[in-house]
Design a protein around this ligand. Structure first.
Ligand code: IMP
Length: 182
């Protein structure tokens, strides 16, 4: 039996989709997965990257879509890797980031969720302050083993309630509020 979805999450990253689905379930929104490799423009703006991707995804999926673009911004590296977080993860990875850092380990995760359905193009952000751990801790995807959210001693990878406080949760909460009242 085919399930009916309110909208689709276009991404090649199934971890992000699984988390987004669980979060939107809390708000009563049914999220399908449109697995696709979307072209990413070079830009310093996560919002511009996400908007371009959302239009691209809609042209392929033909259904209302959301796109997420994230960045890990490290203070002592002047915000690097920021919009280049995906490339940096693929090249130097968590070990490379740990090797670059000394005393100041403050960082923030930013999520931009962009919705597109031909009539609306809307973006919502979620920011979460934290620090970069000294070692990789816990098993998780992406930067989860090195990101410690503010007021926690555990990395994202060690937490059970990541989906209740993450940058993704914050952006999707704002999105849901808008989507359910539009
Ligand atoms: P993207 O360009 O939006 O796919 O994300 C930038 C980078 O941040 C990718 O390497 C992602 O795997 C990583 N990333 C985004 N969100 C998270 C998260 O919640 N946990 C761990 N890594 C993440």
């Amino acid at each position: 039996m085919q399930q009916s979805f309110d909208l689709f999450f276009a991404s090649s990253n199934s971890h992000k989709y699984q988390e987004a689905k669980k979060i939107l379930d809390l708000f009563g929104i049914k999220l399908g997965f449109f697995k696709s490799d979307l072209e990413e423009i070079q830009s310093n703006s996560l919002k511009d990257i996400a908007s371009k991707k959302a239009k691209d995804a809609f042209s392929k999926c033909k259904k209302p879509v959301i796109i997420e673009d994230d960045g890990l911004f490290i203070n002592s590296l002047n915000g690097f890797p920021g919009p280049y977080s995906s490339y940096v993860f693929k090249t130097i990875g968590n070990k490379g980031i740990l090797d670059l850092l000394k005393n100041n380990r403050n960082a923030k995760f930013v999520s931009i969720i962009t919705y597109y359905d031909k009539n609306f193009l809307e973006s919502f952000d979620g920011k979460l302050d934290g620090t970069i751990s000294k070692y990789q801790k816990g098993k998780g995807w992406g930067y989860d083993p090195i990101f410690i959210p503010k007021n926690s001693k555990k990395t994202f990878a060690e937490l059970n309630d990541k989906n209740e406080l993450s940058h993704r949760y914050k952006a999707l909460k704002k999105f849901s509020n808008w989507y359910l009242h539009k």
